[in-house]
Design a binder for this molecule. Structure first.
Ligand SMILES: [Zn+2]
Length: 340
Protein backbone atom coordinates (compact mmCIF):
# COMPACT_ATOMS: atom_id res chain seq x y z
CA UNK A 1 0.00 0.00 0.00
CA UNK A 2 1.50 3.26 -1.13
CA UNK A 3 0.13 5.69 1.44
CA UNK A 4 1.00 9.34 0.95
CA UNK A 5 0.19 11.78 3.73
CA UNK A 6 -0.98 15.24 2.80
CA UNK A 7 0.51 18.21 4.72
CA UNK A 8 -2.09 20.16 6.69
CA UNK A 9 -1.33 23.31 4.67
CA UNK A 10 -2.51 21.54 1.51
CA UNK A 11 -5.63 20.00 3.08
CA UNK A 12 -9.18 21.10 2.34
CA UNK A 13 -10.89 21.68 5.70
CA UNK A 14 -12.67 20.39 7.67
CA UNK A 15 -10.92 17.20 8.69
CA UNK A 16 -12.65 13.94 9.62
CA UNK A 17 -11.32 10.91 11.48
CA UNK A 18 -12.14 7.35 10.51
CA UNK A 19 -11.51 4.35 12.73
CA UNK A 20 -11.57 0.82 11.33
CA UNK A 21 -11.93 -1.76 14.07
CA UNK A 22 -10.72 -5.21 13.07
CA UNK A 23 -10.29 -8.44 14.99
CA UNK A 24 -6.50 -7.98 14.81
CA UNK A 25 -5.79 -4.28 14.25
CA UNK A 26 -7.32 -0.87 14.77
CA UNK A 27 -6.57 1.50 11.88
CA UNK A 28 -7.35 5.19 12.13
CA UNK A 29 -7.00 7.91 9.51
CA UNK A 30 -7.49 11.65 9.58
CA UNK A 31 -8.66 12.74 6.15
CA UNK A 32 -9.48 16.07 4.60
CA UNK A 33 -12.77 17.09 3.00
CA UNK A 34 -11.73 15.41 -0.26
CA UNK A 35 -10.70 12.12 1.35
CA UNK A 36 -6.94 12.60 1.31
CA UNK A 37 -5.04 11.20 4.30
CA UNK A 38 -3.48 13.82 6.60
CA UNK A 39 -2.49 11.45 9.43
CA UNK A 40 -2.57 7.70 10.02
CA UNK A 41 -2.38 5.54 13.12
CA UNK A 42 -2.52 1.80 13.65
CA UNK A 43 -2.26 -0.45 16.70
CA UNK A 44 -3.24 -3.98 17.73
CA UNK A 45 -6.90 -4.47 18.76
CA UNK A 46 -6.07 -6.63 21.81
CA UNK A 47 -9.65 -7.91 21.63
CA UNK A 48 -9.24 -10.06 24.74
CA UNK A 49 -8.69 -6.95 26.89
CA UNK A 50 -12.35 -6.20 26.27
CA UNK A 51 -14.35 -3.53 24.51
CA UNK A 52 -13.94 -0.70 27.04
CA UNK A 53 -10.16 -0.92 26.80
CA UNK A 54 -10.35 -0.84 23.00
CA UNK A 55 -12.88 2.03 23.05
CA UNK A 56 -10.48 4.04 25.22
CA UNK A 57 -7.61 3.37 22.81
CA UNK A 58 -9.75 4.22 19.77
CA UNK A 59 -10.61 7.50 21.49
CA UNK A 60 -6.91 8.12 22.13
CA UNK A 61 -6.17 7.28 18.50
CA UNK A 62 -8.36 10.23 17.45
CA UNK A 63 -6.38 12.51 19.79
CA UNK A 64 -3.14 11.06 18.38
CA UNK A 65 -4.25 11.76 14.79
CA UNK A 66 -5.06 15.36 15.68
CA UNK A 67 -1.69 15.78 17.41
CA UNK A 68 0.08 14.24 14.41
CA UNK A 69 -1.61 16.77 12.11
CA UNK A 70 -0.98 19.67 14.48
CA UNK A 71 -4.63 20.49 15.21
CA UNK A 72 -6.81 20.37 18.33
CA UNK A 73 -9.07 17.33 18.64
CA UNK A 74 -11.99 19.79 18.81
CA UNK A 75 -11.12 20.72 15.21
CA UNK A 76 -11.85 17.17 14.01
CA UNK A 77 -15.32 17.78 12.60
CA UNK A 78 -16.61 14.25 13.22
CA UNK A 79 -15.45 10.68 13.67
CA UNK A 80 -16.59 7.57 11.78
CA UNK A 81 -16.27 4.11 13.30
CA UNK A 82 -16.43 0.95 11.21
CA UNK A 83 -16.97 -2.23 13.20
CA UNK A 84 -17.42 -5.92 12.48
CA UNK A 85 -21.08 -6.89 12.77
CA UNK A 86 -23.80 -7.76 13.14
CA UNK A 87 -24.54 -4.36 14.62
CA UNK A 88 -27.50 -2.42 15.90
CA UNK A 89 -26.54 0.75 14.07
CA UNK A 90 -29.18 3.14 15.49
CA UNK A 91 -28.27 1.98 19.01
CA UNK A 92 -24.51 2.12 18.30
CA UNK A 93 -23.94 -1.41 19.52
CA UNK A 94 -22.15 -4.53 18.38
CA UNK A 95 -24.82 -7.22 18.59
CA UNK A 96 -22.62 -10.25 18.11
CA UNK A 97 -19.11 -10.08 16.70
CA UNK A 98 -17.68 -13.46 15.81
CA UNK A 99 -14.04 -12.38 16.04
CA UNK A 100 -14.53 -10.17 19.12
CA UNK A 101 -15.69 -12.61 21.81
CA UNK A 102 -17.23 -10.99 24.85
CA UNK A 103 -18.04 -7.74 23.04
CA UNK A 104 -21.73 -8.55 22.55
CA UNK A 105 -24.17 -5.70 23.14
CA UNK A 106 -21.38 -3.28 24.04
CA UNK A 107 -22.33 0.39 23.38
CA UNK A 108 -19.24 0.92 21.25
CA UNK A 109 -20.23 4.11 19.43
CA UNK A 110 -21.02 6.09 22.57
CA UNK A 111 -17.99 4.84 24.50
CA UNK A 112 -15.62 5.86 21.68
CA UNK A 113 -17.40 9.23 21.51
CA UNK A 114 -16.94 9.68 25.26
CA UNK A 115 -13.22 8.93 24.93
CA UNK A 116 -12.53 11.27 22.02
CA UNK A 117 -15.07 13.99 22.76
CA UNK A 118 -16.30 14.11 19.17
CA UNK A 119 -19.55 12.86 17.60
CA UNK A 120 -19.18 9.33 16.20
CA UNK A 121 -20.97 7.84 13.17
CA UNK A 122 -21.28 4.07 13.46
CA UNK A 123 -21.12 1.71 10.48
CA UNK A 124 -20.51 -1.89 9.50
CA UNK A 125 -16.83 -2.27 8.56
CA UNK A 126 -17.55 -3.64 5.07
CA UNK A 127 -19.98 -0.79 4.36
CA UNK A 128 -17.31 1.67 5.48
CA UNK A 129 -14.79 0.07 3.10
CA UNK A 130 -17.35 0.25 0.29
CA UNK A 131 -17.93 3.92 0.98
CA UNK A 132 -14.16 4.53 0.96
CA UNK A 133 -13.84 2.95 -2.49
CA UNK A 134 -16.92 4.90 -3.65
CA UNK A 135 -15.61 8.23 -2.34
CA UNK A 136 -11.96 8.17 -3.38
CA UNK A 137 -11.06 4.66 -4.53
CA UNK A 138 -11.79 2.33 -7.39
CA UNK A 139 -15.46 3.47 -7.52
CA UNK A 140 -14.82 7.23 -7.34
CA UNK A 141 -16.22 7.83 -10.84
CA UNK A 142 -19.36 5.75 -10.21
CA UNK A 143 -22.76 6.80 -8.86
CA UNK A 144 -23.42 3.40 -7.27
CA UNK A 145 -21.50 0.27 -6.41
CA UNK A 146 -21.53 -3.05 -4.68
CA UNK A 147 -18.32 -4.03 -2.95
CA UNK A 148 -17.35 -7.50 -1.85
CA UNK A 149 -14.46 -7.79 0.59
CA UNK A 150 -12.81 -11.20 0.41
CA UNK A 151 -10.98 -12.08 3.61
CA UNK A 152 -11.62 -14.40 6.54
CA UNK A 153 -15.27 -13.85 5.62
CA UNK A 154 -16.99 -12.08 2.73
CA UNK A 155 -17.99 -8.53 3.60
CA UNK A 156 -20.52 -6.60 1.58
CA UNK A 157 -21.25 -2.94 1.02
CA UNK A 158 -23.85 -1.28 -1.17
CA UNK A 159 -23.57 2.43 -1.91
CA UNK A 160 -26.18 4.19 -4.06
CA UNK A 161 -25.52 7.88 -4.54
CA UNK A 162 -24.54 9.00 -1.08
CA UNK A 163 -26.76 6.37 0.50
CA UNK A 164 -25.00 3.63 2.42
CA UNK A 165 -27.55 0.79 2.41
CA UNK A 166 -27.82 -0.25 6.05
CA UNK A 167 -31.34 -1.65 5.89
CA UNK A 168 -34.23 -1.47 8.32
CA UNK A 169 -32.53 -3.79 10.84
CA UNK A 170 -28.83 -2.95 10.30
CA UNK A 171 -28.50 -6.02 8.04
CA UNK A 172 -28.57 -4.30 4.65
CA UNK A 173 -25.60 -4.98 2.36
CA UNK A 174 -24.89 -8.37 3.95
CA UNK A 175 -23.80 -9.59 0.53
CA UNK A 176 -21.65 -12.36 1.98
CA UNK A 177 -24.81 -14.07 3.17
CA UNK A 178 -26.79 -14.15 -0.05
CA UNK A 179 -27.79 -17.68 -0.96
CA UNK A 180 -25.74 -19.30 -3.74
CA UNK A 181 -26.40 -22.98 -2.98
CA UNK A 182 -29.83 -24.13 -1.74
CA UNK A 183 -28.99 -27.83 -2.11
CA UNK A 184 -28.96 -30.19 0.91
CA UNK A 185 -25.19 -30.63 0.43
CA UNK A 186 -24.53 -26.90 0.75
CA UNK A 187 -21.58 -25.83 2.85
CA UNK A 188 -22.18 -24.24 6.24
CA UNK A 189 -21.58 -20.51 6.50
CA UNK A 190 -19.92 -19.20 9.70
CA UNK A 191 -23.23 -17.40 10.43
CA UNK A 192 -24.81 -20.81 10.99
CA UNK A 193 -26.88 -21.07 7.80
CA UNK A 194 -25.92 -23.26 4.85
CA UNK A 195 -25.28 -22.20 1.27
CA UNK A 196 -24.25 -18.58 1.70
CA UNK A 197 -21.65 -16.94 -0.57
CA UNK A 198 -19.21 -16.60 2.33
CA UNK A 199 -19.10 -20.39 2.69
CA UNK A 200 -17.65 -20.59 -0.85
CA UNK A 201 -15.73 -17.41 -1.63
CA UNK A 202 -13.91 -16.41 1.56
CA UNK A 203 -10.23 -17.11 2.19
CA UNK A 204 -11.35 -19.58 4.85
CA UNK A 205 -13.51 -21.39 2.29
CA UNK A 206 -10.67 -21.60 -0.26
CA UNK A 207 -8.33 -23.06 2.35
CA UNK A 208 -11.00 -25.56 3.45
CA UNK A 209 -11.66 -26.74 -0.12
CA UNK A 210 -7.93 -26.99 -0.80
CA UNK A 211 -7.45 -29.01 2.37
CA UNK A 212 -10.31 -31.36 1.44
CA UNK A 213 -8.94 -31.86 -2.07
CA UNK A 214 -5.46 -32.65 -0.79
CA UNK A 215 -6.75 -35.03 1.90
CA UNK A 216 -8.81 -36.89 -0.65
CA UNK A 217 -5.73 -37.63 -2.71
CA UNK A 218 -5.10 -34.42 -4.64
CA UNK A 219 -1.58 -34.31 -6.03
CA UNK A 220 0.63 -31.73 -7.67
CA UNK A 221 2.81 -28.86 -6.49
CA UNK A 222 0.24 -27.40 -4.06
CA UNK A 223 -0.19 -30.76 -2.33
CA UNK A 224 3.60 -31.20 -2.21
CA UNK A 225 4.13 -27.72 -0.71
CA UNK A 226 1.59 -28.47 2.01
CA UNK A 227 3.13 -31.89 2.66
CA UNK A 228 6.48 -30.13 3.04
CA UNK A 229 5.00 -28.02 5.82
CA UNK A 230 4.07 -24.79 4.07
CA UNK A 231 0.98 -23.18 5.58
CA UNK A 232 -2.09 -23.63 3.39
CA UNK A 233 -3.22 -20.09 2.56
CA UNK A 234 -4.79 -18.34 -0.45
CA UNK A 235 -1.34 -16.85 -1.09
CA UNK A 236 0.09 -20.35 -1.46
CA UNK A 237 -2.85 -21.36 -3.67
CA UNK A 238 -2.20 -18.27 -5.82
CA UNK A 239 1.53 -19.02 -6.06
CA UNK A 240 0.94 -22.61 -7.16
CA UNK A 241 -1.75 -21.46 -9.59
CA UNK A 242 0.85 -19.14 -11.12
CA UNK A 243 3.17 -22.14 -11.35
CA UNK A 244 0.52 -24.05 -13.30
CA UNK A 245 -0.61 -26.52 -10.64
CA UNK A 246 -3.97 -27.94 -11.83
CA UNK A 247 -5.48 -28.24 -8.33
CA UNK A 248 -4.58 -24.66 -7.37
CA UNK A 249 -5.85 -23.40 -10.72
CA UNK A 250 -9.13 -25.26 -10.23
CA UNK A 251 -9.52 -23.77 -6.74
CA UNK A 252 -9.07 -20.24 -8.08
CA UNK A 253 -11.53 -20.89 -10.92
CA UNK A 254 -14.09 -22.48 -8.61
CA UNK A 255 -13.92 -19.53 -6.21
CA UNK A 256 -14.43 -17.14 -9.12
CA UNK A 257 -17.41 -19.19 -10.23
CA UNK A 258 -19.17 -18.93 -6.85
CA UNK A 259 -18.35 -15.25 -6.65
CA UNK A 260 -19.77 -14.69 -10.12
CA UNK A 261 -22.98 -16.48 -9.17
CA UNK A 262 -23.35 -14.23 -6.12
CA UNK A 263 -22.56 -11.11 -8.12
CA UNK A 264 -25.28 -11.89 -10.68
CA UNK A 265 -27.90 -11.90 -7.92
CA UNK A 266 -26.59 -8.59 -6.58
CA UNK A 267 -26.60 -7.08 -10.09
CA UNK A 268 -30.18 -8.18 -10.65
CA UNK A 269 -31.31 -6.78 -7.30
CA UNK A 270 -29.42 -3.48 -7.40
CA UNK A 271 -28.06 -2.86 -10.91
CA UNK A 272 -24.99 -0.94 -9.67
CA UNK A 273 -22.63 0.86 -12.02
CA UNK A 274 -19.76 -1.26 -10.73
CA UNK A 275 -18.96 -4.27 -8.60
CA UNK A 276 -15.74 -3.80 -6.66
CA UNK A 277 -13.76 -6.74 -5.31
CA UNK A 278 -11.42 -6.00 -2.42
CA UNK A 279 -10.00 -7.53 0.72
CA UNK A 280 -6.93 -9.63 1.35
CA UNK A 281 -7.77 -12.40 -1.14
CA UNK A 282 -7.48 -10.71 -4.52
CA UNK A 283 -4.55 -12.84 -5.77
CA UNK A 284 -2.34 -9.81 -6.37
CA UNK A 285 -4.96 -7.78 -8.24
CA UNK A 286 -5.42 -7.11 -11.95
CA UNK A 287 -1.68 -6.65 -12.62
CA UNK A 288 -0.87 -10.14 -11.32
CA UNK A 289 -1.45 -13.02 -13.75
CA UNK A 290 -3.43 -14.95 -11.10
CA UNK A 291 -5.41 -11.88 -10.03
CA UNK A 292 -6.19 -11.23 -13.69
CA UNK A 293 -7.24 -14.83 -14.26
CA UNK A 294 -9.44 -14.72 -11.16
CA UNK A 295 -11.36 -11.56 -12.06
CA UNK A 296 -11.65 -12.58 -15.71
CA UNK A 297 -13.22 -15.85 -14.54
CA UNK A 298 -15.65 -13.85 -12.36
CA UNK A 299 -16.55 -11.68 -15.38
CA UNK A 300 -17.05 -14.75 -17.57
CA UNK A 301 -19.32 -16.38 -14.99
CA UNK A 302 -21.36 -13.19 -14.74
CA UNK A 303 -21.60 -12.91 -18.55
CA UNK A 304 -22.90 -16.47 -18.75
CA UNK A 305 -25.73 -15.81 -16.27
CA UNK A 306 -27.02 -12.28 -16.77
CA UNK A 307 -28.62 -10.13 -19.45
CA UNK A 308 -26.01 -9.40 -22.15
CA UNK A 309 -26.61 -5.64 -21.98
CA UNK A 310 -26.21 -5.63 -18.21
CA UNK A 311 -23.00 -7.68 -18.36
CA UNK A 312 -21.58 -5.31 -20.95
CA UNK A 313 -22.42 -2.21 -18.93
CA UNK A 314 -21.50 -3.28 -15.40
CA UNK A 315 -17.84 -2.88 -14.51
CA UNK A 316 -16.29 -5.56 -12.32
CA UNK A 317 -12.93 -4.48 -10.99
CA UNK A 318 -10.62 -4.61 -7.99
CA UNK A 319 -10.60 -2.12 -5.14
CA UNK A 320 -7.74 0.37 -4.98
CA UNK A 321 -7.43 1.55 -1.36
CA UNK A 322 -6.22 -1.74 0.11
CA UNK A 323 -6.41 -1.96 3.88
CA UNK A 324 -7.04 1.78 4.23
CA UNK A 325 -10.52 1.64 2.65
CA UNK A 326 -12.33 1.04 5.95
CA UNK A 327 -10.75 3.95 7.82
CA UNK A 328 -11.10 6.37 4.90
CA UNK A 329 -14.69 5.26 4.30
CA UNK A 330 -15.61 5.56 7.99
CA UNK A 331 -14.33 9.15 7.84
CA UNK A 332 -16.37 9.68 4.68
CA UNK A 333 -19.53 8.40 6.37
CA UNK A 334 -18.86 10.75 9.30
CA UNK A 335 -18.55 13.56 6.75
CA UNK A 336 -21.91 12.64 5.22
CA UNK A 337 -23.57 12.62 8.64
CA UNK A 338 -21.88 15.89 9.62
CA UNK A 339 -23.00 17.65 6.44
CA UNK A 340 -26.53 16.34 6.98
ZN1 LIG B 1 -23.96 -16.68 6.21
Amino acid sequence: MNRTTLPLSAATLPLYAGVDLGGTNIKAALVDDTGRIVAFHTEPTHATRGPEDAAARMGRAVHALAAQAGIATADVAAVGLGSPGPLDIPAGRIVRAGNLPGWDDFPLRDRVAAHCGRPVTFANDANAAAYGEFWVGSGRDETSLVMLTLGTGVGGGIIIGDLNVEGAHSHGSECGHILVDPSPEARACPCGQPGHLEAYASATAVVRRADEAIRSGGSGSLARAVAAGEPLTPILVGRECAAGDPLATALVAETARWLGIGIVTLMHAIDPEAVIIGGAMTFGGEADPVGHLFIEAVRAEVRSRTFPLLAAQTAIRYASLGGDAGAIGAAGLARLAHRG
